[in-house]
Design a protein around this ligand. Sequence first.
Ligand code: AHR
Length: 614
Amino acid sequence: ATLTVSTTGGNASSPLLYGLMFEDINNSGDGGIHGQLLQNNGFQGTSPTLASYAAVGNTTLTLDTTVPLTSAITKTLKVTVPSGTTGSVGFSNSGYSGVPVNADTYQSYFWIKGSYTGTITISLVGSSSGIVYGSSDITVTSTAAKFTYVTTTFASSQSPDGDNVWQLTFDGSKVAGSSLWFGLVQLFPVTYHERFNGIRADVGNFLEAIGPSFLRFPGGNNLEGASPGDRWKWNETIGPVENRPGRQGDWGYANTDALGLMEYLQWCEDMSLTPILAIWSGLTLGGGIISGAALTPYVDDALNELEFLLGPTTSTWGALRASYGHPTPYSISHLEIGNEDNLSGGCGTYASRFTAFYDAIHAAYPSITLIASTTSSSCLPSPLPSGVWTDIHHYEEPAQFISLFDEFDNYPRTPGYGIFVGEYANTATDSGATTYWSNVQGAVSEAVYMIGLERNSDLVKMASYAPLLEHFNMAEWSPDLVGLDSRPGSLTGSVSYCVQKLFSKARGSTILPATADVDFNPLFWVASMTDTGTYYVKIANYQIGSQNVTVRIPGAEGASEKAGLQTLTGAPTQSNYPLDITVLPVEGFVNGSVASGWTFEVPGYGITVLTVTS
Ligand code: AHR
């Protein structure tokens, strides 16, 4: 096939086009991207247990509800030491299915109450081997009067596996016949941009490598709550972590909310992402819908959240933000009202619920682009207020993504209107079998869909694959873009991750007209140009056989003969697995010229990105 790219005409492409969608699902937050590595540290959620704790030596562990750390962290660990005990005793925490232990510097924090003066040792220990990879002896003076905060920093060597625990031990003879209480134990490696209570550096760097433009958070279903009282409450996710009660998340486990509103925004600041903040719209996942006059307190709550984020330090909520270390207002340019309000019985009331939030927020913050959580016109106000965007989600089989290639080709263009594809992923084969972890055929079908989005990126402002991240041993939804567990090197990019990265890193500001001597399918393509004269041509080949393709850019005067050529392919069912990554893009080049074009093979079930510089 021959593709001919025009260097004139075309449409401006959305500068935000590719980004990230994040919610705490699959322990993607606690146990995933958040830097804190110990599980169940605040005994949060509806049915707290002693899960992940174990006695070390001759102690008895109890989940104590009578000795709260704070009014938010109401449960603590009581460690009882029998009379006559000698030697080192204490307790351990096995983290999120093991504590990842690397050659790194660790910080550990905990609260202690009860009479004890002496050494407390924090260590990172192989569960089976007993090998100590790092440890710290701290001199502690604790009394029964109140909780004392203890911190320590220590270096660790690399554990060969993820079978590790964090351990706290003390001199049992000094406590024999009595008890000590511990609250909110924490362990952090060096974090992304070395932030206090930050996200993991390895995960942050891995996501940054995609080259994303935005972060949609905090959900997804996890925004909604099982009932109104269980919704994600922004004001309970801010300030010192000991003042955050956490909540029962919507994916079957407790959320600590240590990854809270300000941590999300710090992630955005450090990764140069535009925040796409979602607010609760009155819809829950089965526990009822708040609408009409009863919604007013929640509209007020959203305005308080925006004052917290954007208000001057002289305002009530802006002052609180400043007191938490961020006097400068954040930058919030986009805000989504709800999540999937076309589902869970929400459609009938969404038009009025959306309007209640829209009227209040638009009046106070007219420059914020407000996004409705569905494109279903039957659920939306009519007419949709000018400037409002709508969010659509697609979890599809490969053949459906191929047929959705032209989804937006003939969509009405209204000034100010935009589409957000807030979630999409190939989740099953064409025969309906669930795809555990994205494979080559599915990822190429996503690429075909993304080519369709990019061709329409005057209208399609943003698109994000979902879900973003899973802990391999704790996932309730798969496939996910990225996965990890406690083993070194387990951080794994799926084939879809490779596609996201290839596409996001090769973005022009103008989508150029590109014609061919063949019709779309099985070849699909999109061409773009940057402001500095780099041309990108993305091609997906959705069939078994390879295709010989010549790309001509007759107007690309002064173009280098040597063009970059990135190729991603594999067997249709081939996947990447933890510690077994077999599908990666191959970086190469192809020689050509403006006169003859650039000729290369696009492999079967393959993607190529041609980069021509001028
Ligand atoms: O991405 C997983 C879930 O899919 C999201 O929480 C929800 O918005 C969608 O239904």
